[in-house]
Design a binder for this molecule. Sequence first.
Ligand code: COA
Length: 187
Amino acid sequence: MLEGQDFTFDSHIQMFNVRPALISDAHSIAVVHVESKSTYSGLLPASALSKFTVERRESSWTEMLTTPEPHAVTLVGCNAQQEVVGFASGGAERTGQLGCDGELHAIYLLPAVQRQGLGTLLVERFIHELRSRGFRSMAVWVLGANPYRKFYEALGGQFIAEKIIERGGEAFVEIAYGWDDLSKFKV
Ligand SMILES: CC(C)(COP(=O)(O)OP(=O)(O)OC[C@H]1O[C@@H](n2cnc3c(N)ncnc32)[C@H](O)[C@@H]1OP(=O)(O)O)[C@@H](O)C(=O)NCCC(=O)NCCS
């Protein structure tokens, strides 16, 4: 990892950069997380989404950033004003059953900055960080009904698994995409 070095991307609309998250970013990450979860209205029951508050997310992000899991990676994407408008986090694959050693646990952008290349920039930098920690492959889980799953397909993710999860008393399909060789990724 090139400590402190920002990855910068000049979209047609604005300049973004990506850097490692700081503990002081916990509130901003929680705001992005909750606002971006609006993506799920209509996909998940309102009862499951209403539990998802900035206060709760800030508390768990503060804990995750203060005492990170071994090999954890959390990155933030910032706009030209250096405001946090997106984040990506992950580390080791959590089940040991997907044939991948690394996992992207979460990636979320504020709705206003979606589809301008920042998600791709975050994934590229995330993979760079995983590789620098010795990981060779990566998985990510996404709701089967989430239209944004096309993002992972555009990045070359291959369907590798599916499972049923329960949210708000209802069952939903989640799909895993995998990248078996991160060295093929141009970063
Ligand atoms: C998913 C997300 C991280 C993608 O980041 P992004 O910056 O919007 O995506 P990019 O601009 O880098 O998109 C790269 C390519 O992915 C594909 N893509 C991205 N979003 C898409 C969508 N909603 N539908 C179809 N294709 C999509 C396109 O091929 C796109 O290239 P193009 O814009 O030139 O056509 C972001 O949109 C987001 O936070 N979405 C809401 C939260 C979410 O669903 N997160 C994933 C949970 S697992």
